[in-house]
Design a protein around this ligand. Structure first.
Ligand code: SF4
Ligand code: SF4
Length: 252
């Protein structure tokens, strides 16, 4: 007689089952997505398995992560290993590209990690959701204004958790910035007060490049908040255009 599974059994699954944790079709689809990116052929050539990339990789010093392993997994088309690396390891990379500068074969393990991350997001993998969740506020600002941080925000008041390290960036920024003609970067307010037309164009870019689709896959609530902001800005832009038309009519 077959017994109904307990909630614990449902959670941990059947430990003696021979069924694959992830279907072969899914593994193949994930690998195909990584490979189909135009950048793939530029960042992965042959691999000597020499380990120079891992020897120079800062992330490899601190985490269970090896760029050599990433390249080898893709090079040998180890689909289970690729999927496994996408659960945690790929998020350790600092995207510094020291590996790309050192690899004698011209590989860019950091570039491959980037493709794997994008694929993890596209497939709505839990690892991508977990890694990106703490950055919701950053993504909100970045997507809605195009800016996340202005230079004068980097000061001891805003980054108390940096401790003594903040003294390394403490400087008379306002004076220094005057030497650079970039007024939009001078203050928090102007960095986040983006011209309406620029905002609307930025939103079109996010839509056309699939950024919004990716966001919806990863964080539906944040997607809703951001699309509300976009709708509002677009309405403001349309209103502004209408006002210009009315002013022109009155002038005629
Ligand atoms: S990716 Fe390049 S540096 Fe790294 S193991 Fe392969 S050949 Fe060596
Ligand atoms: S880009 Fe990533 S894999 Fe390459 S050296 Fe930097 S941290 Fe390591």
């Amino acid at each position: 007689m077959q017994h109904a599974a307990t909630r614990v059994q449902e959670f941990i699954g059947d430990p003696v089952s021979e069924a694959p944790v992830v279907e072969r079709d899914t593994l193949e689809e994930i690998f195909a997505d990584i490979q189909s990116d135009l950048r793939y052929d530029h960042v992965r050539n042959g691999c000597l398995n020499c380990g120079i990339c891992t020897a120079t990789c800062p992330a490899a010093h601190y985490y269970d992560f090896s760029p050599r392993e990433i390249v080898q997994l893709l090079w040998t088309e180890n689909l289970e290993g690729i999927y496994d690396a996408m659960q945690e390891k790929i998020w350790a990379c600092a995207q510094c590209y020291t590996c790309a500068a050192r690899c004698p074969f011209g590989n860019s393990p950091g570039g491959l990690v980037m493709l794997m991350r994008e694929t993890a997001i596209k497939h709505g993998m839990q690892s991508a959701k977990d890694v990106l969740r703490p950055f919701s506020r950053v993504m909100l600002k970045l997507i809605s204004t195009g800016n996340q941080l202005s230079p004068d925000m980097i000061n001891p008041d805003h980054f108390a958790d940096w401790g003594p390290n903040i003294s390394k960036v403490e400087a008379p920024l306002k004076v220094l910035r005057k030497a650079i003609p970039m007024p939009t970067l001078n203050t928090t307010a102007t960095a986040w007060e983006v011209n309406l037309k620029t905002s609307v164009e930025l939103y079109t870019i996010w839509e056309m490049t699939g950024v919004l689709d990716q966001l919806e896959t990863i964080d539906e609530n944040l997607f809703d908040v951001i699309t509300d902001i976009m709708d509002e800005k677009r309405e403001d832009w349309e209103d502004w255009l209408d006002e210009q038309d009315e002013d022109d009519d009155e002038d005629d």
